[in-house]
Design a protein around this ligand. Structure first.
Ligand code: NDP
Ligand code: GDR
Length: 372
């Protein structure tokens, strides 16, 4: 039985990857950070009691900022495959915590690679690095592919650039099977609530149910290539099953704006939104409402507005990936369209919003946290 170690197992991708690998018959080990509350919501359905024999999912406390635990876990588990998904993954937050972001995202990758070498596993353990389309930043070519030059535009992207190159270097210097998946944005109902897609599907669902009044966003003109996380973790695994390690761009090849994403999500709720303004004073106004998903909304309501607080000091305006190499060499094509993904995310968040609205109608207090 193959053993996999996943850093970031409690995150969006980590949870889907753990499910995928367990289904493939792997013994899955995950590194989880110590927190004052349980932070395992996304993998609770996979949890196995530590007293069970022959557990297939094992969690270890650890942190990418701490070499000692990484070395110990690698020595103890001796994984066949390591998936380094752990990161401070929020681009806007990286401007507020640049040093911490570099520590986790850049040096954390180095620490993990070194832990594999220290354990003498550099010829046995295969290593996947969660690289990102943010490396392209100020884009030099459209669409972006494996050979497109990088131009990072945030402390997050600069840290991930280091991680990208140190992964390449360990492949070349020590003959490790180590590769980068340059993944474009990918989303799901498990996406963190502060990333724009989930902020939109959750915010609009809350507005539809009368829990919130207006959704505040930053740059609505930003263009992204959004895929579904389930499709992308399949690719992470595929990348480690080849004869030779290689870096791949993973994307859908289709681009939408944040404004488009608002429109598509609102349509799912039966709300037609019209935008007025110029990107700074812009507002999303309800034109029509149909069906019974949005009882709290009526034509003329302003349900979307810009709050400059969400603008970034340097922005990545446009990203569009070319996944030709992944299709030709690995036979990978995304199976879930952006439209289907929006439908799934809205259905999930509407269900949550309905539950909250019901509780509130019966006098219970519901904490609907709203943040960037
Ligand atoms: P999430 O933010 O959902 O998950 C990040 C994971 O990293 C969480 O499990 C988090 O733990 C963990 N983590 C954070 N800090 C540390 C630390 N110091 N030590 C150990 N673990 C830590 O990200 P995604 O699942 O969306 O993304 C997975 C990876 O892929 C990330 O590296 C991200 O940068 C990268 N990526 C993501 C893309 C996307 O569109 N989703 C696109 C391209 C790359 P906790 O739960 O405790 O916070
Ligand atoms: P991104 O994702 O920065 O691409 O990084 P995010 O969803 O945060 O932003 C996408 C675009 O939307 C614009 N935007 C807003 N973003 C947020 N979070 N909140 C807002 O209110 C808002 N309004 C507009 C942003 O400015 C941006 O242009 C994600 C992360 O998962 C990274 O870890 C990963 O590497 C990249 O995707 C690929």
């Amino acid at each position: 039985m193959k053993k996999a170690l996943i850093t970031g197992i409690t995150g969006q991708d980590g949870s889907y990857l753990a499910e995928f690998l367990l289904e493939k018959g792997y013994e899955v080990h995950g590194i989880k950070r110590r927190a004052s509350l349980f932070n395992t919501e996304r993998i609770d359905h996979l949890y196995q009691d530590p007293h069970e024999r022959d557990r297939k999912l094992v969690l270890h406390y650890g942190d990418l900022t701490d070499s000692s635990n990484l070395i110990r876990i690698i020595q103890q588990v001796r994984p066949d495959e390591v998936y380094n998904l752990g990161a401070q993954s929020h681009v806007a937050v990286s401007f507020e915590s640049p040093e911490y972001t570099a520590d986790v995202d850049a040096l954390g990758t180095l620490r993990l690679l070194e832990a594999i070498r220290i354990a003498g596993l550099e010829k046995e353990t295969r290593f996947y690095q969660a690289s990102t389309s943010e490396l392209y930043g100020l884009v030099q070519e459209v669409p972006q592919k494996e050979t497109t030059p990088f131009y990072p535009r945030s402390p997050y992207a600069a840290a991930k650039l280091y991680a990208y190159w140190i992964t390449v270097n360990y492949r070349e210097a020590y003959g490790m099977y180590a590769c980068n998946g340059i993944l474009f944005n990918h989303e799901s109902p498990r996406r963190g609530e502060t990333f724009v897609t989930r902020k939109i599907t959750r915010g609009l669902s809350n507005i539809a149910q009368g829990i919130e009044q207006c959704l505040y966003l930053g740059n609505m003109g930003a263009l992204r290539d959004w895929g579904h996380a389930k499709d992308y973790v399949r690719m992470q695994w595929l990348m480690l099953q080849q004869d030779q390690a290689e870096d791949f761009v993973i994307a859908t090849g289709v681009q939408y704006s944040v404004r488009d994403f608002v429109r598509m999500s609102a349509e799912e709720l039966g709300i037609t939104v019209r935008f007025e303004g110029d990107g700074v004073e812009e507002k999303g106004i309800v034109e029509a409402v149909s069906g019974d998903s949005a009882p709290a909304v009526k034509p003329g309501d302003i349900i979307v507005a810009v709050d400059p607080r969400y603008f970034r000091p340097t922005e990545v305006e446009t990203l569009l990936g070319d996944p030709t190499r992944a299709r030709e060499r690995l036979g990978w094509v995304p199976e879930i369209s952006t439209e289907e993904m929006v439908r799934e995310m809205v259905a999930y968040d509407l269900d949550q919003a309905r539950q909250h609205a019901l509780l509130m109608r019966h006098g219970y207090e519901v904490n609907v946290s709203r943040e960037s």
